[in-house]
Design a protein around this ligand. Structure first.
Ligand SMILES: C[S@@+](CC[C@H](N)C(=O)[O-])C[C@H]1O[C@@H](n2cnc3c(N)ncnc32)[C@H](O)[C@@H]1O
Length: 343
């Protein structure tokens, strides 16, 4: 397993969006099943062996999976009623129209879908999907382009359609930053909105190794954009290396939008941007140390309790030439790095 392999897949996808455009680059990326499989294997190993082991060694640190599970449990067994009452009060006061109460969560048949799933949450009924499943219990599906219909349609372990107004929980665990375009992130959130039941939860986990508040302008802006779609934030926590957020699909979209209108002056970005969007490689103007910088930026997203990431950081600090092959072209270098095993 190599973190470099994960990094090179992200880098290549970002480069392709510059050269081929968003749609072609994405189709091209999804067709490259050989590399996607390698990515899935490496990611699964990193997620299940390295991160979970490191987290177990620090009992006070919650993993993204535990965080998601705790929030779902706490929301559906109690908080949902508090939110419902509070939002009803606002809707009554503002004379907003409320969706039919029969659509509300009733506590029966909790259904969850984990997008980009390389492992399932225990204890809940779950469907896990991924463009390149890392194990047999994950179904193949491109969430960006899958149809939202009346029922779940699966053919040969591949999802053809996902049902609307069906799921109680949708989990995007390290999914949104995989997508190189802000528009694609928004498409995923809009789709999640259509698939969730009223009062269902959208859980978003996104990596960030910086201190609390360092990237607040991005996280805040996401909240405004999600509020415009009809989501209210239920919970936010910055854990080491990740932001964890839970949003509920409001029974009254005007309630969520009202919050956004009240605090709009705090919204910095009008799109679902991430820090990497401002560092996108412009391949028409390659910089001298671009490879090196790029690897630094991405490796920073991996936990510093991760041994392999630490070795790579150290190597980049002390002997960057060992990582940087100083290629004639960026493309050659990328392929070299994909297959090189440093550790
Ligand atoms: C960084 S990994 C995270 C994996 C896992 N969810 C976790 O938390 O460890 C991102 C995953 O998202 C998947 N992915 C990216 N875009 C997707 C899409 N449009 N539909 C389904 N899965 C997608 C990738 O294949 C990859 O496995």
């Amino acid at each position: 397993m190599s973190i470099l392999l994960l990094l090179s897949v992200h880098e290549e996808l970002r480069e392709k969006t510059v050269t081929l455009g968003m749609q072609n680059a994405w189709e091209n990326h999804c067709r490259d099943q050989v590399n996607l499989k390698k990515y899935a294997k490496a990611m699964r190993e990193l997620a299940t062996k390295h991160w979970e082991c490191n987290i177990k060694a620090q009992p006070s640190v919650l993993s993204r999976i535990e965080w998601t599970y705790i929030q779902c449990k706490s929301y559906f067994t109690g908080d949902i009623y508090k939110f419902r009452e509070k939002q009803k009060e606002i809707a009554d006061k503002m004379k907003f129209k409320i969706a039919a109460t029969s659509a509300y969560y009733t506590g029966k048949d909790c259904r969850q879908i984990e997008i980009a799933g390389c492992r399932k949450l225990d204890c809940l009924e779950v469907i896990a999907i991924d463009i390149a499943p890392g194990s047999d219990d994950v179904l193949k599906c491109d969430f960006l382009n899958v149809n939202a219909g009346n029922s779940l349609k699966v053919s040969n372990t591949e999802v053809q359609a996902l049902p609307q107004n069906y799921f109680d929980v949708i989990v995007f665990s390290l999914l949104l930053e995989y997508l190189p375009y802000a528009k694609q992130r928004l498409t995923c959130c809009k789709k999640a909105y259509s698939l969730l039941k009223t009062e269902g939860l959208l859980v978003i986990v996104t990596p960030d190794s910086n201190r609390v508040g360092a990237n607040a302008k991005y996280i805040k802006s996401w909240r405004f954009i999600l509020a415009d779609l009809g989501f209210s934030r239920v919970k936010y926590e910055k854990l080491p290396h990740i932001h964890c957020m839970a949003f509920r699909k409001e029974f009254c979209t005007d309630v969520a939008r009202r919050w956004a209108e009240l605090y709009r002056k705090n919204q910095v970005y009008s799109e679902m941007v991430i820090p990497q969007d401002f560092k996108s490689p412009d391949i028409s103007k390659p910089e001298k140390n671009e490879h090196e910088q790029y690897t630094f930026e991405y490796v920073d997203e991996f936990p510093d309790c991760d041994e392999e990431a630490n070795k790579l950081r150290e190597l980049l600090r002390t002997k960057p030439e060992k990582v940087k092959k100083d290629p004639k072209t960026r493309r050659e270098s990328r392929h070299e790095r994909r297959d090189c095993v440093l550790f």
